[in-house]
Design a protein around this ligand. Structure first.
Ligand code: UDP
Length: 329
């Protein structure tokens, strides 16, 4: 099969590329490197089944050509990361809504099956545990830019489902919960690479808020396999699926684990949200997926727990450099 991955040079996109190449697919990546990196796809360049274009999805003729050449599409190109969203809300909204519209339009012309990557952020500040795919979405005020990301991805979902309904486009939507693994950068806010870099640098490890908020961290290898399996599952067409892990951990406990696994010297500090992000920032207290639906349709099952995840990621940092990285604020 010939597959197009928009955003294929990003953290998740590059793992998906690896997974699809390993199962024998041909993979073409379209990425403007806005949050992705050449280094993420370096290893695939010698593979004759791999090709790439460093361009934006807003280049419509190129997008059309790449869509035409593919049998299926994974649309991952998006502005992601809480820090990036707070700092660049215009870019977030325009990339996520305008970009997805173009990709769906191109896919619809030839009815190419498409996986649209969405996010657990769409559940917003709902306090229900666990989140199920048909639950209500609960957003905060429009003056709080975090919610622009949730709302932009919710619009992407509406649009993808509208194409499925009206144009019979074979669409499947995956709501990715906190997904982690090697090659993830902390630059856009993601907690695990930030904590590990801080831990390896001797600390401090900065926990935002009181640290009692929880997350469930899914191993990227499990998540990308889930994405590939969903697009290959006819019954999943037109559906929305949570993908992630269900092992819940507080950010305080996560910080303590990272401190212990990175040498045990790093102190843990608490930083108020308004200092870390912006005045009035709202975080979600708990975020746990129900993965029953994905389990039922594709036999989805997370295979790597948080301790193993942290050890694997720390190992990739240690093998990259002998000098500790500079601490982040
Ligand atoms: N967080 C933190 N320190 C950091 C980055 C994030 O304590 O340096 C917290 C953040 O406030 C959130 C959790 O870790 O409660 C997960 O953050 P991330 O940005 O990775 O993902 P989110 O679940 O917020 O999308």
């Amino acid at each position: 099969m010939k597959v197009l991955i928009t955003g294929g040079a990003g953290f998740i996109g590059s793992h998906l590329t690896e997974h699809l190449l390993a199962r024998g697919d041909r993979v073409a990546v379209l990425d403007d490197l806005s949050t992705g990196a050449m280094a993420n796809i370096e290893a695939f360049k010698s593979n004759t089944k791999f090709s790439y274009a460093i361009e934006t999805i807003f280049n419509v003729p190129l997008l059309a050509e790449m869509v035409d050449n593919a049998d299926a599409i994974f649309h991952l190109a998006a502005a992601v990361g809480v820090r990036l969203i707070i700092e660049s809300p215009t870019r977030t909204i325009e990339t996520n809504i305008g970009g997805t519209e173009l990709v769906l339009k191109a896919a619809a012309k030839k009815l190419k099956p498409i996986f649209v990557a969405s996010t657990s952020e769409v559940y917003g500040k709902s306090t229900k545990v666990p989140f199920k795919e048909d639950d209500d979405l609960v957003f905060g005020a429009t003056t709080k830019s975090r919610w622009s990301y949730a709302a932009s991805k919710a619009v992407d979902e509406f649009l993808a489902l509208a194409y499925a309904k009206e144009k019979k486009l074979p669409v499947v939507i995956g709501r990715l919960f906190n997904t982690v693994g090697p090659r993830q950068t902390g630059r856009y806010g993601m907690v695990i690479p930030r904590f590990i870099e801080q831990g390896l640098a001797g600390g401090p490890i900065s926990v935002y808020g009181d640290g009692e908020q929880t997350r469930c961290f899914g191993w990227v290898g499990d998540v990308v396999k889930g994405m590939a399996d969903l697009l290959g599952c006819e019954k999943a067409e037109g559906g929305v699926f949570n993908l992630g892990a269900t092992e819940e951990i507080t950010i305080n406990a996560l910080a303590a684990k990272v401190a212990a696994k990175t040498g045990g010297k790093a102190k843990i500090e608490h930083v108020p949200y308004e200092k870390a992000y912006e005045e009035g920032f709202e975080d979600m207290k708990r975020r746990v997926p129900s993965i029953e639906k994905a389990a039922k349709f594709i036999g989805y099952k997370p295979t790597v727990g948080i301790d193993e995840i942290l050890e694997r990621v720390i190992e990739t940092y240690r093998s990259q450099t002998t000098r500790p990285p500079k601490p982040r604020r």
